[in-house]
Design a protein around this ligand. Structure first.
Ligand code: F6P
Ligand code: MN
Length: 335
């Protein structure tokens, strides 16, 4: 596909090339794209439009919501609820699923999203993002409930993220490779700037919040200790470390230059299986990384193979360059 193609043209042509006749998916993604453009503008306005700071309430995760968390959730709903492509949606910022209001036609897809990932970074002007995942509504279901969202990541038909950094980027997969689009503000369109991204299989760069190291399980501790030992240790090579604390930024770096990202299971809070959420963080990112040749695991199993049991379920995440993720998984089986 030609560099410079708009994301909408790209999706329509991709459908045509694959012999598909479903124009609802490109149209739904286009609605999500409109939300991301609107968000890009809102975020860039920052303090000028009074966008920064806390909203003074907590979400279902027990995290204090920022004003922008709530604004971005509202923007995403407004952009996607009336197209007729969705049966319901679910978001990090809403306790329950959001059924499509009665005045709008219902469609055959389900949308899940984290409207503003990395929002602890927003007040200090560091990159944040939006993550989304699209599932099919089970056959015959016209009024989806939370149960209808309980599909493993392998069932995703599309996943993507927008990264609000120095440029606003959109990275997408429909299961046929990963492509990156840059928002050209002069024409208000995302245009293709990187086709068929591939995660390098090897890396010497890791990302983990090491303030949790005393809570890590043995395999993770062993892996990081070996990286830190560098040339003098068993790996006989020096490793570099990065931690932005925005999963979108972290995944984007890994897509471009390789790396391993870990938010593993730890003993900090035994009631939580990890920090990140399966359905609107781990699954969409796994779909993207796997489509680009990377690997995504909990350390014990493939993330996209996990059968969800709860909308806001947390999960351990180890993703990125194949050879390093395989090594961490092997350390888990070795015990
Ligand atoms: O959404 C969760 C998230 O903000 C991710 O974007 C990020 O990777 C992680 O949490 C940061 O965690 P911590 O606050 O432990 O650095
Ligand atoms: Mn998030």
């Amino acid at each position: 596909m030609q560099i410079g193609t708009t994301v909408n043209q790209f999706l329509i042509e991709e459908q045509r090339r694959l012999g598909g006749t479903d124009n609802d998916l490109p149209a739904l993604v286009n609605d999500v794209v409109v939300a991301c453009k609107s968000l890009s503008h809102a975020i860039s306005q920052g303090a000028l439009a009074g966008m920064l700071g806390s909203a003074g309430v907590e979400n279902v995760q027990g995290e204090t919501q920022k004003k922008l968390d709530i604004i971005s959730n509202d923007i995403m709903i407004a952009a996607t609820e009336r197209g007729g492509y969705l049966g319901a949606m679910a978001s990090e910022e809403m306790d329950e699923i959001y059924p499509i209001p009665a005045q709008y036609p219902k469609g055959k897809y389900l949308l899940l999203f984290d409207p503003l990932d990395g929002s602890s970074n927003i007040d200090v002007n560091i990159s944040v993002g939006t993550i989304f995942s699209i599932l099919r509504c089970p056959a015959g279901v016209t009024n989806p409930t939370a149960k209808d969202f309980m599909q493993p990541g392998t069932q995703q038909v599309c996943a993507g993220y927008a990264l609000y950094g120095p440029s606003t980027l959109l990275v997408l997969t429909t299961g046929h490779g990963v492509n990156c689009f840059t928002l050209d503000k002069s024409i208000g369109e995302f245009v293709l700037t990187q086709a068929n991204l591939r995660v390098p299989v090897d890396t010497r760069e890791f990302a983990i919040n090491s303030s949790n190291s005393r809570f890590w399980e043995k395999p993770v501790k062993r892996y990081i200790d070996e990286c830190l030992a560098g040339k003098d240790g068993p790996r006989k090579e020096n490793f570099n470390m990065r931690w932005v604390a925005s999963m979108v930024a972290e995944v984007h770096r890994i897509l471009n230059r390789g790396g391993i990202f870990m938010y593993p299971r730890d003993t900090k809070d035994p009631t939580k299986a990890g920090r990140l959420r399966l359905m609107y963080e781990a699954n969409p990112m796994s779909f993207i990384i796997e489509q680009a040749g990377g690997v995504c695991s909990t350390g014990r199993e493939r993330i996209m193979g996990v059968q969800p049991t709860e909308l806001h379920q947390r999960i351990a995440v180890i993703l990125g360059s194949k050879n390093e993720v395989d090594r961490v998984v092997a350390y888990h089986t070795e015990g």
